[in-house]
Design a binder for this molecule. Sequence first.
Ligand SMILES: [Zn+2]
Length: 432
Amino acid sequence: MDIGDRANPNGGTAVGQEIFQLMAELYPFCRSITGRGLRRTLEIVQRYIPLRLHEVPSGTRVFDWTVPKEWNIRDAYVRNSAGEKIIDFQKSNLHVVSYSVPIRKTVPLAELKKHLHTIPEHPDWIPYRTSYYRENWGFCLSHNDFLGLAEGEYEVVIDSTLENGSLTYGEILLEGAKKDEILISAHACHPSLANDNLSGVGLATMLAKNIATAPRKFSYRFLFIPGTIGAITWLSLNEQAARRIKSGLVLTGVGDVGNLTYKKSRRGDAEIDRAAGHILRHATPPGRIQDFSPYGYDERQFCSPGFNLPVGRLSRTPYGEYPEYHTSADSLEFVNANSLGDSYDAVRAILGVLENDSTFVNLNPNCEPQLGKRGLYASPGTYEMALLWVLNLSDGDLNLLNIAERSGLDFETILRAAAALSQAGLLKKMIE
Ligand SMILES: [Zn+2]
């Protein structure tokens, strides 16, 4: 199977199911930007691909940042005076603010409330909160549960550790014919949240597994990293390797029912921007293209001005546009195998453009060659139009993606036409 091939012409549900099953296995873990939950997640990904795990010690300087202490948690709860656990980490790992320092004390309700987080607009949902870079502790709960809290004393227990350790990330390089690299990056630092983090992890895992056995022009580097600090750490330790990245995608939020969205790289006109734009414009239904902004996921780091890498982001509904984002409602019910399979297919199609794009020169440029006598042309149709466009624009300068864009035809048809014309001796591929 070539990289551009769709997993399943009916919507990629088989690979979508595989992604979903991996997500379901990873869903219960209490991940954070460091610690055992993240490490276990990457170890499970290793069952599918020979991911290399890197451990970067706490305190390592990475550009303007410092790798934080490692956070681990065993248990946490709040108990009322009757001895009932009214907030219980064992029921949902979202109940504890990520990176909460260990605590064991009894506090009055007014004091407890200073450390509680809820979402009044969605009173049944538990929010997801973090405090990575300011030592603090806190609990998250549904607003309905919050309203039910009576005056009194509460026993607060967070059995966590925040100590020198390391930041873990996973990396795999699948070498291709060229040293030029395509980067696929997914963050793996959120606890039980499905669309935000696990959908990207699942898709990237199955993509790496399948690309590993496909013939390929480019080398592919996959990163499974904690958001922000992981990207900064990788870039800081790999400044030279980063220069080999010719295209890249940050994958996140690829499992919900919304349509595809591609956020352009800072460059705006990089090959990945043009390839992704092309595939999304021709998708059914068409996807949305967003301009770059210096906010969002790890494209912020890859597209920081010192690197300015051609890395965009593929999602379905962008974060901030769905209320389930960063809440307990971003669960396995919020994602589905069809959407995951469709996102997978879109990534394969985008990579297929990058892999197969070439520049040709028309060997018979003086008036049109007679296609009929070569059995190439019967009656006017989309494919026949593609033949004419490829012949007309193959000047040794414009590539097939340029021709697809200019003609309004899809890349696959243009590619097929170029192959037929080459075989008929009418086109010659330029040396790349
Ligand atoms: Zn997030």
